[in-house]
Ligand binder design. Structure first.
Ligand code: HEM
Length: 476
């Protein structure tokens, strides 16, 4: 009897979704119109970015990717969906974000469902990323960059020049975020090995990302032993430790948590203290892998373009490396290489969901009703010949000469609008310092077999993730 009930329920739901749903005229594959389950495997294996790109190639710039979800690859959609004139101030974060919290109704800044609530919270974060705060972080970043260079030298000597550069980059990303975020170094650069916490973060992020497709499962997962639960336990301990260290400023005058806890500045959002734990997770995940993986991808591209590396050295040899302002303002090729990496390999490749609260018109005059989940697809826009000349090729000069077709509105590696990346300038500071040091200190290239293997290992786990980046690295 129950079987018949279920079969009738699923059949009528399927018929409704395909033939009667308000999104029935938005093109897309049948599997996506029926359910979000097809994304679960895709996300576990990390191939969302290429799958959505293929769907846009087949169905056009507006594609139905779920029963009530639409992906947009037209750059005009960016301002419409996330900007102040679009539905953003009124709409909510999409359902994917709900699955990201282990404690129901307790959110990080990134998961805060209502945009006005988010904006209020973000005011507590802003001073931690001001110009003044960034200047105070500079010595930490330089010290960790030097420790990273030492680790690469050590690994090169130990392994006859063959180094998995991704690993020490990951150590760098985590140690910097620990120190600047909550005054606790993970100590991975010192130990020269990947810590258990780092492995937990990787596994936890993969699991949480996958469950974002079916958020109701997150409610069950919360009661099961899972990597996410282990990671949460570690975070709880880290926050307890940080609170007990109030005023004990070992690494920086004021870490990000000093602002969130109200030790520094004025507090605008007096929320649930458990939110701090969610913010701790956000800091670690948002601030570490994004930066270190972008650096790895940049080195991957440079290792195959020796003439470009020579030009970069010519540019950088003019500078004293300690002069960060010069790297920021007077090193066009260095900055172009980073922009080009973020274009070809965006660290957050796929869409950032918004859920409309009102009916809305998308580019191409496509109307969608309230409760539609919308996003723009960064990976597709960044690799579309309509937006960038020879989009599959790594051409940093496109950011300097701007000779060829180039639609800057399509370039959104840090998101857009009120919820865009707060750590953009910090990320650039880290990336400029590390990249400049690496290029000046080492000769490096990559074997054809390693190119293939690395390329295939790149996955979309909400944040980009990848296997080892093996290169031949020797001191210059
Ligand atoms: C190459 C490096 C980076 C890239 C490409 C990047 C990209 C992004 C993107 C696309 C978002 C929007 C996510 C969303 O709306 O769901 C975001 C948000 C965020 N990022 Fe970054 N990020 C980078 C580095 C950093 C760093 C170093 C930090 C330092 C703490 C950071 C902290 C954050 C935070 C806290 C948010 C949430 C902002 C909010 O919801 O208001 N990111 N980032």
């Amino acid at each position: 009897m129950f079987g018949i009930f279920l079969a009738t329920l699923f059949t009528s739901m399927s018929i409704y979704r395909v033939f009667f749903h308000p999104l029935r005229n938005v093109p897309g594959p049948l599997s996506c119109k029926l359910s979000m389950w097809s994304w679960v495997l895709t996300d576990w294996f990390g191939s969302r970015q290429v799958k959505i790109q293929k769907l846009h190639k087949k169905y056009g710039n507006v594609v139905r990717i779920g029963p009530r979800e639409v992906s947009v690859a037209d750059p005009k959609g960016v301002a419409t969906i996330y900007g102040p004139t679009g539905p953003a101030p009124k709409s909510r974060r999409g359902p994917w974000y709900q699955a990201q919290s282990m404690i129901p109704h307790v959110h990080s800044l990134q998961n805060e469902p209502k945009i006005p609530d988010h904006n209020k919270r973000r005011r507590d974060w802003d001073p931690a990323f001001s110009l003044k705060a960034l200047q105070s972080y500079e010595p930490n970043i330089t010290r960790n960059a030097e420790a990273f260079i030492e680790q690469v030298s050590r690994l090169s000597t130990k392994n006859d020049g063959r180094v998995d550069v991704k690993e020490p980059l990951m150590w760098f990303g985590f140690d910097v975020m620990g120190e600047l975020g909550f005054g606790r170094s993970f100590g991975t650069l010192k130990d020269g090995k990947t810590s258990h916490e780092v492995e937990l973060v990787e596994l936890g992020v993969r699991a949480i990302n996958t469950i974002g497709n079916v958020p109701y499962l997150a409610n069950i997962m919360r009661f099961l032993p899972s990597p996410i639960a282990q990671f949460e336990a570690w975070l709880a301990e880290a926050v307890k430790w940080r609170k007990s260290k109030q005023g004990d400023r070992e690494f920086v005058a004021a870490d990000v948590f000093a602002y969130l806890l109200g030790e520094e500045g004025e507090k605008h959002h007096k929320g649930d203290p458990r939110e701090i734990q969610q913010d701790c997770m956000l800091l670690v995940v948002a601030g570490s892998d994004t930066t270190s993986n972008t650096l790895a991808l940049c080195l991957f591209e440079l290792a195959r373009q020796p003439a470009l590396v020579e030009r970069l050295r010519d540019e950088l040899e003019e500078f004293i490396l300690e002069d960060y302002a010069a790297l920021r303002d007077n090193a066009p090729l260095l900055n172009a290489c980073l922009n080009e990496t973020l274009r070809l390999w965006p660290a957050v490749p796929s869409g950032l969901q918004r859920e409309t609260t009102l009916a809305h018109t998308l580019p191409g005059e496509i109307n969608v009703p309230a409760n539609t989940v919308l996003s723009t697809h960064t990976w597709t826009m960044h690799r579309d010949a309509a937006n960038f000349y020879k989009p599959e090729r790594f051409i940093p000069d496109r950011w300097i000469t701007k000779k060829e077709p180039h639609n800057e509105k399509a370039f959104t590696p840090f998101g857009f609008g009120a919820t865009s990346c707060i750590g953009k300038n910090l990320a650039f500071m880290e990336m400029r310092i590390v990249l400049a040091q690496f290029v000046l200190k080492f000769n490096f290239d990559i074997e054809p077999g390693d190119v293939q293997e690395f390329r295939q290992s790149v996955r979309d786990q909400f944040v980009v993730s990848m296997g080892g980046l093996y290169m031949n690295v020797t001191s210059r």
